[in-house]
Design a protein around this ligand. Structure first.
Ligand SMILES: Nc1ncnc2c1ncn2[C@@H]1O[C@H](COP(=O)(O)OP(=O)(O)O)[C@@H](O)[C@H]1O
Ligand SMILES: [Mg+2]
Length: 354
């Protein structure tokens, strides 16, 4: 289902939870709604579902305005963290619930439920009660129950928040595969950036009721459009007076500008490791942390502290080592603007490598 949201606002008393949010979602896409807690994600989802009335703005499904349509007529399936299964009903009856409400025939219900049981890997568990299942299995039942009436849009509000880390990561992969197989347009809420990056085709970043940015995970990572997005996604160090860094002297034209520098924007090593030595600054290794697949290095350039990573394949650095530091680029921002500045002393900027 194609979804269009125009100028959506939600006021709770004198608190504005959602501010002028507009977006389009193409049919069949899996969208991650990502942002800090209290940002307005659930409110947006509830308005799409018809569980909450917008203060203003339009919600359009398939070219038709649905603001006044009750939830049960919107063709939506939910998987909410707290939208618990019916405790006294078996897996089978939980999945069948929406179909019974629709008064489908016993045979049609049986066929649909068994298809979903098969699809979600719950075969053999049909007669269990929810308390006889693991957390992950329960969320699979919730997913099957949501899909049973063949909704056009699936909404998932932090579906794995209550599940432990190991299983959560398995469920993410599982969910992405399921949604691809079913081909249903889906919106998935999370406050966990790794989860959004891993699962979603496209991410919408929500903060303080506003849609800060919408794009593919990679687009958002490499071209954040607001200061909030830049600091929320990925790891970074914030540096004031960026003009003190070699190659960024021109930033002095914008007093008060700050820079966000991601670990992968920085290369460190012995002077001989660099092709363009003139673009490097001198730095001192402060701390070295082993991170399993690489070293995380804290390095000081002047009195500016930076964080970067170094391959295990390279010479081991230790605290106190004097090294060269090449900062490829910095993400600059001030009150009015955000932009990327390349190191001006490099002849040919290298692509970002992660
Ligand atoms: N029914 C309500 N009445 C009053 N305030 C609400 C209500 N629902 C949500 N809010 C407030 O709106 C803000 C956004 O909430 P929510 O949409 O749940 O955010 P998120 O899902 O991103 O954590 C929060 O500050 C929350 O307290
Ligand atoms: Mg929420």
């Amino acid at each position: 289902m194609h979804i269009e949201v125009r100028g959506l606002n939600k006021q709770f008393g004198d608190f504005q939870a959602v501010r002028d949010v507009s977006f389009d979602i193409e049919k069949g896409r899996l969208i991650g709604l990502l942002g800090p807690s209290g940002g307005g994600k659930t409110s947006i989802l509830r308005m799409l579902a018809g569980l909450e009335q917008p203060s203003s703005g339009d919600i359009v499904f398939h070219g038709k305005r649905v603001n006044d349509l009750p939830p049960q007529e919107r063709g939506i399936g939910f998987v909410f963290q707290n939208y618990a299964l019916f405790k006294h009903m078996t897996v089978y009856d939980n999945i069948a619930f929406g179909l019974k409400v629709k008064k489908q025939s016993k045979e049609a219900i049986r066929e649909r439920v068994m298809t979903l049981v098969e699809l979600t890997g719950l075969k053999g568990f049909e007669h269990r009660l929810p308390h006889q299942l693991s957390g992950g299995q329960r969320q699979r039942v919730a997913f099957a129950r949501a899909l049973a009436p063949e909704p056009q849009l699936l909404l998932l509000d932090e579906p794995f928040a209550a599940i432990d880390a190991k299983i959560r990561s398995e469920l993410r992969t599982w969910l992405k595969e399921m949604i691809e197989r079913v081909g249903i347009t889906s919106i998935f809420v999370t406050h966990d950036q790794d989860e959004a990056i891993e699962v979603a085709d496209e991410i919408m970043i929500i903060n303080k009721g506003r849609l800060e940015q919408k794009g593919s995970p990679w687009d958002i990572y490499k071209s954040p459009q607001t200061q909030f997005v830049a600091s929320f996604i990925g790891e970074s160090t914030i540096v004031s007076q960026v003009e003190r860094l070699k190659g960024f002297e021109e930033a002095s034209a914008w007093p008060g500008t700050q820079a966000l520098i991601r670990p992968e924007y920085i290369e460190i090593g012995k002077q001989s490791e660099f092709r363009i030595a003139s673009a490097t600054a001198r730095g001192t290794v402060k701390h070295v942390h082993f991170r399993g697949s690489e070293w995380m290095i804290e390095v000081e350039v002047g009195d500016i502290k930076l964080i970067t990573y170094r391959s295990l394949e390279k010479d081991v650095l230790k605290p106190g080592d004097e090294i060269s530091v090449l900062i490829h680029r910095a993400y600059l921002f001030n009150d009015n603007d955000t932009w990327i500045m390349e190191n001006k002393l490099k002849e040919d900027p290298m692509p970002i490598h992660i």
